[in-house]
Design a protein around this ligand. Structure first.
Ligand code: GLV
Ligand code: MN
Length: 195
């Protein structure tokens, strides 16, 4: 989903003091082989979170060599029962492969149809660009997946924090109407997300 590159590479200068649509390139004379390798996905993420899952990103912000090349990857670790909660990526389609364990993978289309399947090691999935999706560990042990995106910075919109933990908060008047519940329910959900 990213524009085509205009040169072989453009290792991102994440600290540039000027701004463009994306990151400017660091000078070619300062580029080294190290710019094209990244070991940030080699370690298991910390799954001791409320969701029991952890997403480690290999995108342009952690791996500047990806800049302008239109791809990136994540590592997703799951404790037993862990959930990578409903979210969407505004700038990329996602594909993934399960390395270990058993995951229920699902997404919902713009026609509100839910597609899902339980996958095990070696099996792949695809999440069309922008659609809300999740992965739930339905196996007995840990689970591990790697995901890939056709953007160097897919972006992530997490549905629950977007609605219940924005800064400043969305007024309850909006949320009680949208979800057809009372202030008590909205305040309860807001409190779970630290709002
Ligand atoms: C999984 O959905 C991911 O975004 O890595
Ligand atoms: Mn995703």
């Amino acid at each position: 989903a990213d524009p085509d590159p205009l040169q072989d590479f453009c290792v991102a200068d994440l600290n540039a003091t000027f701004s463009v649509n994306g990151y400017p390139c660091k000078p070619i004379s300062q580029t080294t082989s190290e710019d094209f390798f990244f070991d940030g996905l080699s370690k298991e993420g910390n799954t001791s979170t409320i969701f029991g899952a952890s997403v480690t990103s290999g995108n342009v912000q952690s791996f500047p060599g990806l800049n302008t090349l239109g791809i990136s990857m994540n590592r997703v670790d799951f404790a037993p029962g862990g959930l990578n909660p409903p979210h969407s990526h505004p700038r990329a389609t996602e594909s993934g492969v399960i390395i270990q364990g058993k995951l229920l993978v699902g997404f919902v289309t713009t026609d509100n149809v839910f597609h899902s399947k339980v996958l095990t090691a070696g099996q792949m999935f695809v999440i069309p660009r922008g659609l809300v999706h999740f992965q739930l560990n339905v196996g007995v042990g840990k689970a591990l997946a790697f995901t890939a995106f056709n953007s160097h910075l897919p972006g992530v919109v997490l549905q629950a924090p977007t609605l219940f933990a924005s800064a400043p908060p969305i007024p309850n008047q909006v949320l009680t109407k949208a979800f057809q519940v009372g202030d008590d329910v909205i305040n309860n959900i807001k409190s779970k997300f630290g709002a």
